[in-house]
Design a binder for this molecule. Structure first.
Ligand SMILES: Cc1cc2nc3c(=O)[nH]c(=O)nc-3n(C[C@H](O)[C@H](O)[C@H](O)COP(=O)(O)OP(=O)(O)OC[C@H]3O[C@@H](n4cnc5c(N)ncnc54)[C@H](O)[C@@H]3O)c2cc1C
Length: 398
């Protein structure tokens, strides 16, 4: 078993570091999905590529983004592992509908970008299932379904034969089926976006950790960049009172034959989440080359980098889970790794505007990061946004 990230993108050429003196309008710190998509949305709002600069401490997507499972689903993932029902109670139906729409638009934006940029990233659209193993989990899943129906959607509850037809694993008693989720190789997606941004004249410096700022100047080991606005999208590199950091773990199996995937009813897999009811839950999918990917976590940590040691308790848990799911099929683990990511403790990403500085972070999930990036881009060009009641200054005091 290899104790490292499975995702690879051999065609990617790493950009040069900051050297000398530069000038920009918008300086984005952090080239994870948040920073990259923010640059994309600024371009879409008419900002010139040559006015946007991204600086990245390591390589593009070297943080949480490139360590993730690449399951893009319109779910909420925050401090207390909750569903849309909690969001409706906390913020009201009208705002919940707008927030949900923002997630859907985030998904569409990624799909359009993949098309527009010709980004090859093993993208596969499908349904995903939220699975319940016991009555308690079933009630939570049902509550999520009720909330989604209130929001005007049509999620489907599956049980018995219907469920068995969809998912070839025993032990689950109920599932919610959602439409439209996207599975990607997250490293290829993010680095593909970076290349597409570069083609539109956005400058991206890699191996360039921001050292400090003084007024409107950012300092680096071998240079400086003066800016009008600086946007921090630093993932777990950010210290903020409303952000917590968690470690989660992923396992990727050896390749399975098509017949084996078919037997497990996973040939055109729906992505899945196993709703356990605590913060921790299992999630999974099939990779582009026919392996099974399983994830599990979370443990709260104090870290400044997404790269962490493989979490042995998580690994043991995932191995047990694989045996429970597929008792008759021995599956061999080929890769396992852990990663840290940031989560805001208010059900949404944390967005803060201060004079010429913006912080955007902690959606906990990539579609949430993208929705937050879209909001920030809109505000930076001075426009109103349907999610102003959620993120306008002071709203976190609620
Ligand atoms: C193991 C794992 C599995 C996950 N699975 C999924 C999943 O399947 N689906 C999903 O939606 N979400 C998943 N997530 C969560 C998701 O990956 C994150 O929420 C998302 O990628 C965060 O993106 P980001 O751009 O905010 O942060 P990051 O991707 O961490 O990007 C921040 C970047 O900022 C850089 N940086 C930090 N400090 C500095 C500095 N001083 N100067 C310059 N650069 C700096 C970092 O190097 C980093 O590249 C998973 C996370 C992990 C760890």
């Amino acid at each position: 078993m290899k104790r490292r990230v499975f995702w690879k993108n051999p065609g990617y050429r790493i950009g040069r570091p900051v050297k000398g003196i530069h000038k920009t309008e918008y300086l984005i710190v952090g080239a994870g999905i948040t920073g990259l998509m923010l640059a994309h949305f600024l371009l879409k709002r008419g900002i010139k590529g040559s006015d946007i600069t991204i600086v990245e401490a390591g390589v593009v997507a070297g943080g949480s983004t490139g360590r993730s499972a690449g399951i893009l689903i319109p779910e909420i993932e925050t401090e207390t592992n909750v569903g849309w029902d909690t969001f409706v109670v906390r913020y009201g139906l009208s705002l919940a509908k707008k927030y949900r729409r923002a997630y859907r638009q985030a998904l569409n934006a990624v799909e359009e970008l993949i098309e527009e940029g010709g980004i090859s990233c093993e993208a596969h659209t499908g349904d995903f299932l939220i699975l319940a193993r016991d009555d308690e989990a079933k009630e939570r899943v049902k509550s999520d379904i009720r909330a989604r129906r209130l929001m005007g959607e049509r999620p489907q509850g599956l049980r018995g034969v219907q469920l068995a037809r969809e998912f070839g694993s025993p032990g689950f008693i109920f599932a919610e089926r959602d439409v439209e989720a996207l599975s990607v190789n997250p490293l290829m997606l993010a680095q593909g976006i970076a290349d597409h941004l570069r083609r539109q004249s956005v400058r991206i410096f890699e191996h360039s950790p921001l050292d400090s700022t003084y007024g409107h100047t950012a300092r680096f080991a071998n240079g400086a960049i003066s800016f009008k606005k600086i946007i921090y999208a630093r993932g777990v590199g950010e210290n903020h009172r409303l952000l917590h950091k968690y470690v989660t773990t992923i396992v990727v199996t050896e390749r399975l034959k098509k017949e084996e995937l078919e037997e497990l009813k996973l040939a055109d897999l729906d992505l899945f989440i196993d709703e356990e009811g605590t913060r921790s839950f299992h999630y999974g999918k099939v990779t582009g080359d026919g392996r099974l990917l399983f994830g599990y976590g979370d443990v709260r940590v104090r870290v400044h980098s997404a790269k962490t040691e493989l979490h042995s308790a998580h690994l043991a848990n995932i191995k047990r889970f694989i045996k429970t799911m597929f008792p008759k099929t021995p599956l061999k683990v080929a890769y396992a790794w852990s990663g840290a990511y940031a989560i805001g403790c208010k059900l949404t990403a944390i967005i803060e505007f201060k004079k010429h500085e913006v912080v955007v972070n902690g959606a906990g999930i990539q579609l949430g990061s993208i929705a937050a990036a879209e909001y920030v881009a809109t505000k930076l060009v001075g426009k109103k946004h349907p999610l102003d009641p959620l993120w306008e200054p002071g709203s976190y005091a609620k």
